[in-house]
Design a protein around this ligand. Structure first.
Ligand SMILES: Cc1cc2nc3c(=O)[nH]c(=O)nc-3n(C[C@H](O)[C@H](O)[C@H](O)COP(=O)(O)OP(=O)(O)OC[C@H]3O[C@@H](n4cnc5c(N)ncnc54)[C@H](O)[C@@H]3O)c2cc1C
Length: 396
């Protein structure tokens, strides 16, 4: 395989958090980029997102921290509460040791900040309403076919970054296993704060048998984002109106938020199998973000991992002698980290959802530990730093 080709643009499929961040990182490393997005407009569905210090360091490196902090709210800790009484079990500090914050933000605000930076970059072209239909190896690269309304057109490229999400159509075209239902559903909703009263900063999580709930401020504290996780079965899928009943014995504060949120939107949760490969077609195609490794949101790291992927991939392509070496390096850096985050997610699922009497043991074990020692458990996650790259080689 030859050296990384800087004469033609790198193609990104998908303008979600991963695709937009990858475009900015690649442009910063001197590559030109074309992004193809099937939606006619770049818009985030869903409500809030927690961005931990590991992800924010990447966005800070792109010069976006100030813009993010205009919309986001800094959290100092995640407070774990008992499901039924709402009593505090423990608080886990989340600010990194170097002071990098932990921020809760509306997804649309993050998307707007990323999109603004993409539109300002002369190295990036964004094609909206372009849905990938098929792909095939051709002349040392790949031919991609896109549908734009009634029009179908071909695009030739030397490298495709597949950032098209958990139900990746690229993965489907490659014949990879589809994402697997995780047997759980996330209900998402927003609660408006009374005028002049900002939602208190920080992340609150209620832990109960087979269910948990998370709430945090978005939109500069004018709203609270509420997420309820429960087992997925036919009843829960069909019945958002039954949420007040299913959470009827939970903490009063949580119940009043559920009532105020009105109809919540259900997101059945899916995971991508850890053994699904990321590099394809003689290293002409690489998967990132949810398309590569969608995981349960119980450690609030899916978007964070997509953002980290973007930084590592761009640095690898900037430095490695060949495209194949770059993608091999990307994979060797990312796979162990993703595996470790997945293990943490499963650990959270296990301890969050413990029934009595095991939950009493959990609560006691957490309560006797100092916040500092609980925070240290996550140093490996939050202290991650993106690779240092020279950003003076081109881009905007
Ligand atoms: C309930 C819930 C809560 C979460 N909370 C957090 C959190 O607090 N913190 C966190 O870090 N993560 C969180 N996540 C995970 C996070 O939302 C995802 O990991 C992240 O959005 C993945 O980004 P992505 O860019 O890989 O994919 P996506 O955001 O899904 O973007 C994929 C893009 O590809 C486009 N696309 C798809 N198919 C095609 C095609 N054929 N042609 C062209 N374009 C296409 C789509 O339109 C979309 O724009 C949460 C997830 C859930 C479900």
């Amino acid at each position: 395989m030859s050296a990384v080709d800087r004469t033609r643009p790198i193609t990104i499929v998908g303008a979600g958090i991963g695709g937009l961040t990858a475009a900015l990182e690649l442009a910063g490393c001197g590559f030109s980029v074309e992004i193809f997005e099937r939606a006619a407009q770049v818009q985030e569905v869903g409500a809030g997102l927690q961005l931990s210090p590991n992800a924010l360091r990447v966005l800070d490196g792109l010069g976006l921290m100030d813009a993010l902090l205009v919309h986001g709210t800094r959290a100092r800790e995640v407070t774990l509460r008992r499901a039924f009484s709402g009593r505090r079990i423990a608080s886990v500090p989340v600010v990194a040791s170097d002071g990098t914050p932990y921020v809760s933000i509306h997804r649309a605000d993050l998307q707007t900040v990323l999109l603004g930076a993409v539109e300002r970059s002369p190295a990036i072209t964004l094609r909206l309403g372009a849905s990938l239909e098929s792909l095939a190896p051709k002349r040392g690269g790949l031919d991609l076919w896109f549908a734009d309304g009634g029009t179908r057109y071909k695009h030739h490229t030397g490298l495709v970054v597949g950032a098209d999400g958990v139900h990746s159509s690229i993965a489907r075209r490659l014949g990879l296993a589809a994402a697997t239902p995780a047997g759980a559903i996330a209900w998402r909703g927003c609660v408006a704060q009374p005028t002049g009263v900002a939602s208190s900063p920080g992340v609150e999580a209620w832990l109960g048998p087979r269910r948990h709930a998370v709430a945090y401020p978005i939109s500069g504290g004018r709203e609270t984002n509420l997420v309820l996780i429960e087992p997925m079965n036919r009843t829960s899928e069909a019945d958002p109106a039954g949420l007040p009943r299913r959470f009827r014995s939970w903490d009063r504060q949580l119940r009043s938020m559920i009532a105020a949120a009105g109809d919540m939107t259900g997101w059945p949760l899916y995971v991508v199998r850890p053994d699904r490969p990321w590099r394809h077609i003689d290293d002409r195609l690489i998967l990132i973000g949810d398309a590569a490794h969608a995981m349960l949101p119980y450690a609030a790291q899916g978007a964070g991992m997509a953002i980290e992927d973007a930084a590592v991939l761009a640095a690898a392509l900037a430095r490695a002698p060949t495209q194949g070496a770059a993608l091999a390096h990307y994979e060797s850096e990312r796979k162990p980290r993703i595996a470790r985050v997945r293990r943490r997610v499963l650990f959270h699922r296990m301890i969050y959802h413990l029934p009595a009497p095991f939950s009493f043991g959990r609560n006691t074990a957490l309560a006797i530990r100092s916040p500092e020692s609980l925070g240290k458990d996550l140093d490996w996650l939050y202290d991650w730093r993106p690779p240092a790259v020279s950003r003076d080689v081109g881009g905007d």
